[in-house]
Design a protein. Structure first.
Length: 510
């Protein structure tokens, strides 16, 4: 009777869980059992391993093989346990002889093909980051996952192409050097955007609103006729956001890795911009499923989520955004476990002012009745609108405005420079906490008003019948406006501008 144990890992949400892979060989009827709550893909590992052993010239032990994946109460999914099971089987059959210290400090990952090739897996960044926290020294991954794994410093990354190469390395017949990436050089690459705000004619108020959104992390709603430029404006918001820090790159990369959407260019050099279609389901938007996966709001983490034609989304689907917008995380519960996915995104939504789209448009006549307009806008609940800091109208441009060559539009670089100054002023006062994420106690601390501003906000609070959340949103937005003027206190002009970005509050007060 022979026994061996190696280590592997799996993902639970965007975090990693260490798994012990035990193999026991005993006399009896030749068979292959896998226990420890494996899913169907893991149960099929025995067939892939048998074929891979045969095609690589390795002898499968003629024994009763029992594989245990511990802890046994954690459900295991995906096919990344093929390689660790194969290594444990080789060790138990004494086809390789590895020191216990080597096995204790090494984690194996990978899926086997029938000819012994080692296929890539999903969730590599999350797993390797977690493995580092478990005190392991090295990780063996498929060659195609090496780039992802190298984003984590402090752990050896060994890339293997096939089972033959892996066995030769374990036997000491060949040497595989740990892969290394120069992260400083990687992150020094500047973001490059094809879109630029200089391409957008006019729309000064909308551009100003996006600068405020970028500086204070304020969720924004555009209301305007079709073709007015709402989508064009939203797509350019990432160009004035700060470049991701390494911590943010790692967070974003972990989510995309778990979702199987890792892309080095998108994730390292720019913040995510996600624009799901209005037919998306609740699971597609917030995440979930039998094997919980991140949804669009998690894929937009540290970036922008753009919901075009907001009223065309299912109301129940849109309402699921309320909790993530407040808590910046999605909680998904299942019978045996629960997972959390990060969801700190900047929401930009757009909608038409009425069913035909031309209510308030000077160039085209609206044919909608007041009842149909109320019904159309009534698809948006008050609690959801409360969570949107900025409501701004985007008017259609006239031909003269479109062709006016005397006006030079600000570039994204110029707008970002102004945003950076406002952010620096804010950071000197309250650190890295954006104004849009201030807690009630922090609002009391940092959003101090002048005497005249106090009188104005009281008057507007009573006139508009603001909720406490709307009141706080206005104060936080006014704080960001004051930051652009390097003002320590919020004055009347800051509040007036903040109130001008709350058109739905005025609409609901009528």
């Amino acid at each position: 009777m022979a026994h061996a144990k190696v280590f592997s890992a799996t993902t639970l949400g965007v975090n990693a869980s260490l798994i012990e892979v035990e193999v026991d060989l005993s006399f009896g009827l030749v068979n292959f059992f896998i226990v420890g709550l494996p899913d169907k893909a893991i149960k099929e590992s025995k067939d892939r391993i048998r074929a891979a052993f045969k095609n690589c010239g390795l002898k499968m032990p003629d024994r009763l093989v029992t594989v245990n994946l511990a802890p046994a109460n954690l459900k295991k999914q995906d096919s990344l346990f093929d390689v660790p099971i194969a290594v444990a089987l080789l060790q138990a059959a004494q086809l390789v002889k590895l020191d216990k210290s080597f096995l204790d400090e090494t984690v194996f990952l990978g899926e086997l093909s029938l000819d012994g090739q080692i296929r890539p897996i999903i969730g590599t960044v999350s797993i390797v980051h977690g493995v580092l926290g478990f005190g392991k020294k090295r990780v063996v991954v498929p060659l195609q996952n090496v780039y992802e794994a190298q984003l984590i410093e402090g752990i050896e990354v060994i890339g293997v192409e096939n089972l033959v190469q892996l066995v030769a390395w374990l036997r000491g017949e060949i040497t595989l050097e740990p892969s290394v990436t120069d992260l400083k050089k990687l992150l020094a690459v500047q973001q490059r955007f094809l879109d630029d705000f200089s391409q957008v004619k006019g729309q000064r108020q909308a551009k100003r609103a996006l600068q405020l959104a970028a500086a204070g992390w304020h969720n924004t709603l555009f209301i305007g006729s079709p073709g007015g430029g709402k989508t064009m404006l939203a797509k350019r918001l990432p160009t004035i956001l700060p470049q991701q820090t390494f911590a943010e790159v790692l967070e974003t990369t972990k989510i995309y890795s778990v979702a199987g959407k890792f892309s080095r260019d998108e994730l390292v050099y720019s913040r995510p911009f996600r624009a799901p279609h209005h037919t998306i389901s609740q699971v597609g938007l917030v995440g979930g499923g039998s094997h919980p996966q991140p949804g669009e709001i998690s894929l937009a983490h540290n970036g922008v989520l753009f919901l075009d034609e907001l009223t065309e989304f299912s109301r129940t689907t849109v309402e699921t955004l309320r909790q993530p917008l407040e808590e910046k995380v999605v909680h998904i519960s299942r019978a045996q476990y629960s997972v959390d996915f990060p969801a700190s995104f900047l929401l930009v939504a757009a909608l038409n002012p009425c069913p035909c789209g031309f209510y308030g448009d000077e160039s085209k006549k609206c044919n909608c009745s007041s009842q149909s307009i109320e019904k159309y806008l009534g698809k948006l609940s008050g609690p959801l609108l409360d969570r949107l800091d900025i409501h701004v109208r985007v008017a259609s441009l006239s031909y003269d405005e479109l062709k006016n060559s005397s006006t030079t539009e600000k570039t994204s670089a110029e707008m970002k420079a102004e945003v950076d100054i406002a952010r620096a002023f804010r950071c000197n006062r309250q650190g890295d906490i954006p104004n849009g994420l201030l807690s009630p106690s922090q609002i009391e601390q940092f959003c101090t008003l002048t005497t005249n501003a106090e009188l104005l906000v009281k008057k507007m609070f009573d006139r508009l019948g603001l909720s406490m959340r709307s009141y706080h949103k206005i104060l936080k937005l006014a704080r960001t406006i004051a930051d652009f003027e390097s003002s320590e206190k919020i004055n009347e002009s800051h509040l007036k501008e903040a109130f001008s970005y709350r058109c739905f509050d005025r609409h609901q007060s009528k």
